[in-house]
Design a protein around this ligand. Structure first.
Ligand SMILES: [Zn+2]
Length: 561
């Protein structure tokens, strides 16, 4: 009896302490819910205003539109910088929240607010500086012999000219934006570092990675692995490319300089093989092909196309991007389509981003998490979808006549393989340059840039050139410490593609074409798109592919296995 009473008294005690904890926990959850609800009310309209203003400014290129964008950004930054809100956020984040989704939202919000916890005047200076440089890029056109060239014209000439002197002149003209923005860029780096140090980080690069749920060491380890994996295959591939480039211009391989490659940074595979992929695309309706392709795999994008701005016009940004305006399905692409392989590739890429947006993320995912898991996962999806642009099989399945399918196939396959190798070496330069740029901005950056280019890309620096060529890469300004994510995105692209080949199409990865297979869309929606930011990037990678991010599938792709 006694013992029974004792036991029941004890269980009452235990039960009541459990329920006290439960009550405290649900009070904690309620506090988190309240914070998130208030966040949405305050921040959501400001985020939408920034997206819209950014879109408008890039479409028009007008000073007043850039001013509106700057003001909208400042308003958002000020709201996120609120000290009291951040204190409450930190307090709630430390509680043991019962609801996993709430905890995840608090983690994501913490990083979002943390970035803005710098002195508001310093933040404004950073934003103004970045926008001024971005605008200089947008309106910059290379000038050769007094004539302005569009970005597409520069690319076309670098692709086609056999005249070294002409190539050199155009290449140098395309770099002229660098000296114009160098001073501003160095000031911007200084301001960014100042902001990072005030928040307790060593420098801006370290902070930027932390804010994106990464750390320098494992990222560098992954890049060292990639360096080892790609060094020899790259050297061999480049020897073949160099021989053709030299022959085309009637010079020796030793005389090759950066302007002999087919884009201003040697980040893409030069089109030096027998079949010219552009010839096939000259008569292709790129937009229609994109619509048909995405619809056929169960991921239609017609509504995105309808809202987009897709062709060249004066003042407009010469680049391409996709933006999700409101996380409610207003998704748009800015592009400058001309009928060639580059724009086929770019459109497939940007529409890949469009697919991975609030268009396909269920509305049941909370607003805070209704975005891609990470920049590397959205780049990965975009890169996975851009790959067929170089495939004759793909074109034929899409109903396009390819006059020389065998030639196109061989050229396309070689370019694809070269592209992956060239891109990975280029990303090595960007990651290592940016890390150094922020850890030691006072060093000789002109020299550092060319040291890295020579080491990783094996491109000889122009003799006697002492110019800020790093400053002609817009990404250093507008998407700092971001570029390594493109490379990690390629790893993600290969890994997801291999999974689709194995699980959905049940074929070898190099045989796996998605055309007409709605199963691809189903897999993508369920395993890659729907979780959105409810999972960190590596958890999503494992959820989608069964493994954490690694270079195995990527290596298999460029080895042509
Ligand atoms: Zn992209």
């Amino acid at each position: 009896m006694f013992s029974i009473t004792g036991i029941s008294a004890l269980s009452v005690l235990v039960a009541s302490s459990v329920s006290v904890t439960a009550n405290a926990r649900s009070a904690d959850d309620a506090r988190a819910r309240k914070f998130i609800a208030e966040h949405e009310t305050r921040i959501r309209p400001l985020e939408k205003a920034v997206s819209l203003a950014w879109w408008n400014a890039n479409v028009s290129g007008k000073d007043e539109d850039f001013k509106v964008k700057e003001q909208a950004q400042n308003k958002l930054d000020e709201a996120l910088a609120d000290r009291e809100r951040f204190a409450e956020l930190k307090a709630v984040k430390q509680l043991k929240l019962r609801d996993r989704l709430l905890a995840r939202q608090m983690d994501v919000l913490y990083l979002l607010y943390l970035e803005k916890q710098v002195d508001p005047d310093l933040l404004k200076k950073i934003t103004a500086k970045a926008i001024a440089i971005e605008q200089a890029f947008n309106v910059f056109r290379a000038r050769v012999d007094g004539r302005e060239m569009t970005d597409s014209e520069v690319r076309k000439l670098l692709k086609e000219s056999k005249d070294s002197a002409q190539r050199k002149a155009v290449w140098e003209a395309s770099k002229a934006v660098g000296p114009g923005v160098e001073k501003d860029l160095k000031e911007l780096v200084g301001l960014r570092n100042e902001a990072a140090r005030k928040l307790g980080f060593k420098d801006y690069h370290v902070m930027q990675l932390f804010l994106n749920e990464q750390t320098q060491e494992p990222v560098l380890r992954l890049f060292d692995q990639l360096d080892d994996l790609t060094r020899e295959p790259f050297r061999r591939a480049k020897a073949g490319i160099d021989a053709k480039l030299a022959m085309n211009c009637g010079i020796s391989v030793d005389e090759l300089r950066p302007w002999h490659y087919h884009d201003p940074f040697f980040q893409e595979s030069p089109a030096v093989f027998d079949t010219d992929l552009d010839a096939v695309y000259a008569g292709v309706d790129i937009l229609k092909l994109c619509k048909d392709y995405y619809a056929g795999i169960g991921l239609p994008i017609d509504d995105v196309i309808a809202r987009s701005d897709l062709y060249e016009k004066p003042g407009k940004s010469p680049h391409a991007f996709c933006t999700d305006i409101d996380r409610e399905g207003d998704v748009r692409v800015l592009a400058n389509i001309v009928p060639n392989e580059y724009w086929m590739n770019t459109m497939l890429h940007e529409l890949g981003h469009a697919v991975y947006s609030s268009k396909n993320i269920p509305r049941t995912v909370p607003y805070v998490l209704r975005i891609e898991a990470h920049i590397l996962t959205t780049e990965g999806v975009a890169m996975m979808f851009e790959r067929p642009a170089k495939s004759a099989d793909w074109l034929q399945k899409m109903g396009v006549t390819v006059p020389d399918p065998k030639g196109f196939y061989e050229t396309g396959a070689t370019m694809q393989r070269n592209q992956l190798l060239i891109f990975s070496r280029w990303c090595q330069v960007m990651l290592r340059f940016e890390k150094e740029l922020y850890s030691n901005p006072d060093q000789d950056l002109n020299k550092l840039w060319w040291d890295l280019v020579e080491k990783y890309q094996r491109v000889k620096r122009p003799q006697g050139r002492n110019a800020p060529d790093y400053a002609s890469k817009i990404h250093v300004v507008v998407t700092p410490a971001y570029y390594h994510n493109y490379m990690m995105g390629q790893l993600f692209a290969s890994q997801v593609h291999h999974t689709i080949a194995r699980r959905v199409l049940r074929t070898a990865p190099d045989k796996a074409l998605y055309v007409g297979h709605t199963g691809v869309g189903e897999f993508m929606k369920k395993r890659v798109l729907a979780p959105a930011k409810t999972m960190p990037w590596n958890a999503l990678t494992k959820y989608a592919t069964g493994e954490e991010l690694n270079p195995k599938a990527f290596a298999a792709d460029f080895e042509g296995k």
